[in-house]
Design a protein around this ligand. Structure first.
Ligand code: NAG
Ligand code: NAG
Ligand code: NAG
Ligand code: NAG
Ligand code: NAG
Length: 298
């Protein structure tokens, strides 16, 4: 009898302890969940939906862009701790082309550092000026996306930018009226763009971090500026398929980081210059014959 009387409260006590334990467990799991995978911010989710709404997406590439957690959507990456969208990568990887309009709602993604829209088909619409307002951009790739018209000088405001790829190609070469706007991009490591005119001397002076310079397939005229020799981290230099003249600066041979060089490919009609350049090439890429063969079609 006595033992039964004490058993019941003991059971209740144990049960309540167990329930408490369960609750604590549940709470910890929940807060862990939040820490590991901070949910998408509602305002940014709306901005992405509006962006999607403006796009033409015949193959349904953005069909995962539904539901409340935009951090799980295809091509969207968020900061783990804050839940802010930091990356939108919609590079086309298999002919599921996006087109249409790029909505200004993107500006609500205040923490965006990375945007890749390359290899899509925007059918000649111009690059919107507002892309120059993303103060945190470090990576912008609009190459081969068939944008039309001029590159907006507003992109020169992207002072944090490390990678800028505006290679036009094909039917929609992207053009700029001058390159002065570029001179504010002093942190650039990678630059690829279309232009006609002379290669600005200040590229060598004002972009000391440049590792990759690709001005292929444009209408550049005039000399290769000696100032390019100031770029001590330059690995890749590609000036092929332009209309350059003059001589290659001797000093390019002194750039120790330079491993891939393509200066020729119909740049020069004069066979003597061709020979001279071939000689310089050997000097520049000493010991790197394999890469030389692949990247430099003489
Ligand atoms: C989120 O955390 C994982 C694991 O720690 C890490 O690999 C990933 O780079 C982080 N992503 C971002 C956007 O910070
Ligand atoms: C930009 O995109 C193109 C095509 O998708 C790619 O080949 C290129 O490497 C990218 N540029 C950078 C800087 O990543
Ligand atoms: C961005 O660049 C454009 C064109 O170069 C300029 O008119 C505009 O004032 C700049 N905006 C800011 C916020 O610096
Ligand atoms: C190449 O540049 C020269 C001037 O240096 C010019 O006379 C010629 O027309 C240009 N070629 C083309 C195809 O534009
Ligand atoms: C670069 O190399 C050339 C020989 O090719 C040499 O005459 C010149 O002094 C070097 N310049 C520098 C800055 O090292």
């Amino acid at each position: 009898m006595a033992s039964r009387k004490t058993t019941v409260p003991l059971l209740i006590l144990l049960l309540s302890l167990f329930l408490k334990f369960l609750m604590v467990e549940a709470l910890t799991i929940n807060s862990n969940d939040i820490d590991l995978n901070k949910a998408c911010i509602e305002e940014e989710r709306k901005a992405l939906l509006e962006f999607k709404h403006g796009l033409y997406d015949p193959s349904g590439r953005l069909s995962s862009w539904i539901g409340s957690d935009c951090c799980k959507w295809t091509g969207v990456d968020c900061n783990n701790r804050t839940g802010n969208v930091v990356k939108v990568d919609l590079r086309d990887r298999g002919f599921f082309l996006l087109g249409g309009e790029i909505s200004g709602s993107l500006l609500d993604l205040k923490h965006l550092t990375y945007l890749d829209l390359s290899l899509n088909d925007f059918q000649g619409i111009p690059i919107p000026n507002f892309l120059g307002s993303f103060e945190r951009f470090r990576y912008l790739n609009l190459s081969n996306a068939r944008f039309g018209g001029m590159i907006p000088p507003h992109l020169g405001n992207l002072s944090q930018l490390r990678y800028l790829d505006l290679f036009g190609g094909g039917d929609y070469p992207m053009r700029v009226s001058n390159l002065n706007w570029l001179s504010g991009l002093s942190s650039l490591k990678y630059l690829d763009l279309g232009f006609s005119g002379e290669i600005p001397k200040w590229i060598g002076e004002r972009m000391p971090s440049l590792e990759h310079l690709r001005l292929r397939g444009n209408m550049f005229t005039g000399d290769i500026p000696e100032q390019l020799c100031w770029l001590s981290d330059l690995h890749i230099l590609d000036l092929a398929l332009n209309n350059l003249s003059g001589f290659i600066p001797q000093c390019l041979g002194n750039l120790t980081a330079l491993s891939f060089v393509t200066l020729l490919d119909r740049n020069f009609d004069d066979p003597r210059i061709h020979e001279y350049y071939s000689e310089r090439m050997e000097l520049v890429v000493k010991g790197q014959d394999m890469e030389f063969d692949r990247y430099c079609q003489l």
